[in-house]
Design a protein around this ligand. Structure first.
Ligand code: NAD
Ligand code: UGA
Length: 439
């Protein structure tokens, strides 16, 4: 079976790599010719553990190729995945222009049966729009070619994308035809052999499942952050409370880690888009509005703590920052809390020195020369008045605290990810501040 994947970003590349890894012939398409040229030269546009090796291996085996030519790619393909971006529109709803452009390309170029599967995160009703766009183009060409549409939302997490794709908790597929079901069953067979289930449903329910899943996870995070803030006020320790509630299997211990708010290219935009879908249907999603509200405030918690520590005077203070990406194991800084925190620090007159294991190039696009960049985490501490941890990269977990203390002007650590123990920090002589713990 040959599969075409349109959109060679995080989702498209991971999907292409993983399908080709199990022996399927895959062509990845993108309109960005520089990206495709680079991919053909073996230059991968994103940092994702294990991705580069998998892409290279399958390109060499001849099972995976990259092109800007969708017409060529569609030839002989029975299945085409749409995995282009769905960024927020001005009003917060998902912008479908890229998805519908691909649908139109399908209608313009297909010569034989095609199953068009939407993998991008799209609001309910989009597959119907995809179907109509394809049909319109076929009508223009005055040809009668059979096709089906399906919805197959993607649940991978950046930083763990390959493992999530190869061993999914579940694969959700919305469809309305037997032919589509047979094709999807055979395509996903290699991934379901070890009990990872395929869940079939109608298309609208599949589209809704993706948003409901992300909204639920974002809700857990804002909930724990809200409770963390109260813990601090009443003198409780959120780390203990988290363990206490997480051991109840009905609650579960995942996605209840307090921090500086959720970022990334998905939770913020998907929560917004679902709120927007609600209002389109005159239904107010009150919980999600609160989730967004809490998250926006949470991104400033660390800044507020630093500002308070220096009595509201950050002018000429130097702040060292470890970690910029929205989470570890990625260079992605889209909606990263670091963006908001650094901006506030600069506005308050502070100087900012940063280190991130992989996001430094990405950071330069955002901050230019308004901050200084270091290749070594310790160098950020020289002449700095405090250290702030904004991403929980493993390499930050066990630093030499004697060196940290010696290099910093004042012994203050602001830990936005709760990676250190408050008692240990006290023993090392630090003024230590984290999330949800009265230190
Ligand atoms: P991305 O921005 O990394 O990649 C999208 C790619 O699509 C870009 O390379 C762009 O050039 C290309 N593109 C745009 N229009 C095109 C066209 N007409 N033809 C061909 N290529 C085109 O996006 P992403 O992070 O991979 O996300 C894609 C979708 O998947 C979004 O809807 C997102 O919400 C969803 N999603 C993302 C993740 C994630 O972790 N990033 C996880 C699950 C779902
Ligand atoms: C998220 C979902 O986890 C994926 O299932 C989904 O496919 C994806 O969005 C998407 O739709 O694109 P991702 O954004 O890559 O994946 O990363 P997460 O691991 O979910 O982290 C998101 C944010 O939440 C990060 O800023 C992280 O620091 C924060 N987070 C996560 C917390 O603050 N606490 C937690 O307990 C977990």
């Amino acid at each position: 079976m040959k599969v075409t994947i349109v959109g060679s970003g995080y989702v498209g590349l991971v999907t292409g790599a993983c399908f080709s890894e199990v022996g399927i012939n895959v062509v990845c398409v993108d309109i960005d010719s520089k990206k495709i040229d680079n991919l053909n030269k073996g230059i991968i546009p994103i940092y994702e553990p294990g991705l580069e090796e998998m892409l290279m291996r399958n390109m060499k085996k001849g099972r995976l190729s990259f092109t800007t030519n969708i017409a060529e790619a569609i030839k002989d393909s029975e299945v085409l995945f749409i995995s282009v971006g769905t960024p927020p529109d001005e009003d917060g709803s998902a912008d479908l222009k890229y998805v519908l452009a691909v649908a139109r390309d399908c209608g313009k170029n297909m010569d034989d049966y095609l199953l068009v599967v939407t993998k991008s995160t799209v609001p309910v009703g989009t597959s119907e729009k995809v179907k109509n766009a394809i049909q319109e183009e076929l009508n223009k060409r005055k040809v009668n070619i059979a096709f089906n549409v399906a919805s197959n939302p993607e649940f991978l997490k950046e930083g763990a994308a390959i493992a999530d794709f190869l061993k999914p908790d579940r694969i959700v597929i919305g469809l309305d035809s037997q032919r589509a079901e047979d094709l999807m069953k055979s395509l996903y067979k290699p991934f379901t052999l070890n009990g990872h289930p395929l869940i079939f449903m109608d298309i609208v329910s599949a589209e809704m499942t993706k948003y409901a899943a992300n909204a639920m996870l974002a809700t857990k995070i804002s909930f724990i952050n809200d409770i963390a803030n109260l813990c601090e006020i009443v003198g409780a320790d959120i780390n203990l409370v988290r363990n206490g509630i997480g051991s109840d299997s009905r609650i579960g211990n995942k996605f209840i880690y307090p921090g500086i708010g959720y970022g990334g290219s998905c939770f913020p935009k998907d929560v917004q888009a679902l709120i927007r879908t609600g209002s389109e249907y005159k239904y107010e999603l009150r919980i999600l509005k609160a989730v967004e509200d809490v998250n926006n405030d949470q991104k400033l918690v660390i800044f507020n703590k630093i500002n308070k520590y220096f009595n509201g005077n950050l002018n000429d203070k130097t702040i060292a920052i470890w970690g910029l990406s929205f989470k570890p194991q990625t260079d992605d800084m889209r909606e990263a809390p670091a963006l908001k925190i650094v901006k506030k620090l600069l506005e308050a007159g502070a100087k900012v020195k940063v280190y991130d294991p992989v996001a430094m190039e990405e950071a330069k696009h955002h901050f230019g020369d308004s901050i200084s960049y270091y290749d070594d985490q310790h160098e950020t501490l020289i002449d700095a008045d405090c250290l702030a941890i904004l991403t929980e990269w493993p390499e930050f977990k066990f630093p030499n605290f004697k060196i940290v203390s010696k290099l910093l002007n004042s012994p203050a650590i602001f830990d936005g990810r709760n990676i250190y123990d408050k008692n240990e920090m006290r023993e090392h002589g630090f003024d230590y501040f984290c999330i949800g713990v009265d230190t």
